[in-house]
Design a binder for this molecule. Structure first.
Ligand code: IPM
Ligand code: MN
Length: 346
């Protein structure tokens, strides 16, 4: 089969880890007899520098025409004071594509246990997925600055909560039938609505799933204290952003966590890490989160053998000790060494 893939390298380490897209897909194409046409487009700071906007029309149109989209990372100190922020490009892209469901699996590699600051006995059995609502909430409400005041509106509709809840319940049905819905219902009105809607969907459509509600502050604590208790974690946009960075620490490095953002039509696949300006340009960034995001893309394209092959290739590279400095300080393993090892393993 032939697939058109839009790749958005973005800023910082983005272009370095995005190298993995063509490299890995070329190898998958060769092995499984497909054709992947990967084209790169501008987004974020790179787009602001080149065209004065964070999401050029050409990029958006190309994303809408592609079979799937990869995005590496955006932002950096260079644009901190700029009127248009690189992040606006990503938020607009998510909204335009309607990718409301952001799935962030926590893949634990037993071989990397020592890279995590948590004790092995606490980490044992940890395996969960965060389902983050991605196109609503405080990220997309009205933002205002009047004199000495600033406001960010947080808004959710019943429909928005229902559709993300169904994604999480469906995942729970395929896993341990355990769902933790995270909110701040003791304070926020949006969270009260969230809790009501999730409860109702559970009772009426997924009676087999054991549903727990948890306040976000105590969830943040439990993720560190007893991470193995979680299976599917459902939450709203900003809580999901924060909790997924926290969860990445359990795995040993943010450089390992992949994500997919999907809606009724499009699929956008991104590592959860940022643009890491401190190490940009050095060729030492961990490409595994990007490669695992490509595996998620392949699975979404219904190419599950291909996705399995990519995931196994990453696992073998980790087994073989091909670890960038985030996982093994002073290893001397470069981004391209790690990409090369994965390609050899496919
Ligand atoms: C993420 C990032 C983005 C977010 C930023 C870059 C806007 O942190 O994907 O988690 O907050 O969603
Ligand atoms: Mn984030």
């Amino acid at each position: 089969m032939k697939y058109n893939i839009a790749s958005l390298p973005g800023d910082g380490i983005g272009p370095e880890v995005a190298e993995a897209v063509t490299a890995v897909l070329d190898r998958v194409a060769e092995k499984f007899n497909h054709e992947y046409n990967v084209q790169q487009y501008l987004i974020g700071g790179a787009a602001i520098d080149e065209c004065g906007v964070a999401l050029p029309d050409e990029t958006l149109a190309a994303c809408k025409n592609a079979d799937a989209i990869f995005l590496a990372a955006i932002g950096g100190p260079k644009w901190d004071q700029s009127e248009i922020r690189p992040e606006q490009g990503l938020l607009k892209l998510r909204a335009e594509l309607g990718v409301y469901a952001n799935i962030r699996p926590l893949t634990m590699y037993p071989q990397l246990q020592s890279a995590s600051p948590l004790k092995p006995e606490i980490l044992a059995g940890t395996d969960f997925i965060i389902v983050r609502e991605l196109t609503g909430g405080i990220y997309f409400g009205d933002k205002k600055r009047v004199n000495d005041y600033a406001t960010d509106e947080c808004k959710y509709s019943v429909t928005e909560v229902e559709r993300i809840a169904r994604v999480a319940f469906d995942l729970a049905m395929q896993r341990d039938k355990k769902l933790t819905s995270v909110d701040k219902a003791n304070v926020l009105e949006t969270s009260k609505l969230w809790r009501e809607v999730v409860t109702k969907i559970g009772e009426t459509e997924y009676p087999e799933v054991e549903l727990h509600h948890q306040l976000v502050d105590s969830c943040a604590m439990k993720l560190i204290q007893s991470p193995s208790e979680f299976d599917v974690v459902l939450t709203e946009n900003m809580f999901g952003d924060i909790l997924s960075d926290e969860a990445s620490v359990l795995a040993g490095s943010m450089g390992l966590l992949a994500s997919s953002s999907v809606g009724s039509k499009y699929g956008l696949f991104e590592p959860i890490h940022g643009s890491a300006p401190d190490i940009a340009g050095q060729g030492v960034a961990n490409p595994y989160a990007s490669i695992l995001s490509i595996a998620m893309m392949l699975r979404w394209l219904k190419l599950s053998d291909e996705a399995d092959a990519v995931e196994q290739a990453v696992s073998k590279a980790i087994d073989d000790g091909i670890l960038t400095q985030d996982l093994k300080p002073g290893s001397g393993i470069s981004t391209s060494d790690a990409i090369g090892a994965v390609i050899n393993n496919i």
